[in-house]
Design a binder for this molecule. Sequence first.
Ligand SMILES: Nc1ncnc2c1ncn2[C@@H]1O[C@H](COP(=O)(O)OP(=O)(O)O)[C@@H](O)[C@H]1O
Ligand SMILES: [Mg+2]
Length: 429
Amino acid sequence: MNSNLLVRIDDKQYGPISTSELKGLVKSGNFSLADEIWLEDEGEWVEAEKIEEIKRLFMPTAVPETEKKIIAMGSGKGGVGKTVLAASMGIGLAALGKEVVLVDGDFGGANLHTCMGILSPQYTFLDYYTLQQDSLEDILLDTPINNLKLISGACGILGIANPKYSQKVRLVRELKKLDANYIIMDLGAGSALSVIDFFISVDEGIVITSPEPTAIQESFDFIKLCLLRKLQREFRNEQQVLTLLEVDGVNSLSQFTTPIEILLEKANKISSEVASRMETNIREFKPRLILNMIMDSDEIKEGASIKTAAAELLSLDIDYMGYVEYDEDVHDSVKDLRPFIIHNPKSKASRSIARLITVKLLKMASIEAFVDKRKMRKNINESAKSFPLAEDYESNTICSVKCFYWDDCEYQNGGYPCKIRRLEPLFKG
Ligand SMILES: Nc1ncnc2c1ncn2[C@@H]1O[C@H](COP(=O)(O)OP(=O)(O)O)[C@@H](O)[C@H]1O
Ligand SMILES: [Mg+2]
């Protein structure tokens, strides 16, 4: 059950409304279990009391804080698959019954909503930042997938307000209040503080990289900068340590080349307390790593080489979670505006992500993972039925040989709705 609910309160009909809006009505006391919902399949009004999914809206916050996890997907280089992996990971978790919120934290190129089949989101982060909506709860969007909600990103937020570190930490705290088991944040690429500060403030940061040397180098630099930023925050009021970190302004972090072992020795000369705090901060920073777009088995080793380099040069213990193969199916799914795990739950990439979810995120033993991967596939096949198909985003323009672009158009779909203009909502505003 997702959007477009018709409700009947005291014999008056309202709607269509989304489940989020219904939740608002429940919260404000305007909708009770004695009120009714229209069930399309049954063709009748049914008391909310009798609908399990609706009854759940009346329960107090179900997920305790300790069972919530905020995961952030970061990378040095752009285009390595953060967004497509975040979407499919969220769907896989939701298919196993977890409550999931996907958060588009790429304020430079927000596009997670498109991946989720939502071309023009009703609310975005912008509504929250500009105080049009009071809480994150109010900007949650329903998606075609059960148990999965979305907070859509907005480009240009950073231009409106360059958030301070404390504001970013506060946002993470607000995210943690959402009623979900997993909150997955898709970050922008690169080493801007807007990305790094989120990455170091969440429960679990996952670095995504492709196996190309440039991407590998940039992900190592990204991890290094995250570590330095963490240390810079810890020692922000201790000038002597900041001098060791060669920080005079945050932008100079990238210049730092001293191996961490030497840094620790120097810190020890200031005091053993400083060295021990530094050590704790380093030990606590445990980024995870996923290699994406693997073409051959040789490339899988690149994961181990980042792990080794991080251990030797940064004294960091990186958890190399595993890899996702390069898969034409992913490419096709993007063209169809469908997450790859929905497009084909049996593709190589989908199987890889199912393995990462069950074994690495949920830490299941192999037999348990085997059973749950089947359950995940079954539920995803079910969800796929309500996920829009490319042709559902039809435009009003009918394709014709008279079109200016006919000769260059790869579709040439004369007489049928134009397949290119169907994406028009994406280019508005
Ligand atoms: N495993 C994969 N196999 C094939 N193509 C992939 C794979 N992962 C990502 N891609 C391609 O890379 C493109 C960029 O992915 P995206 O998730 O948008 O990157 P990012 O969010 O890191 O910038 C996608 O449009 C898709 O075509
Ligand atoms: Mg992206």
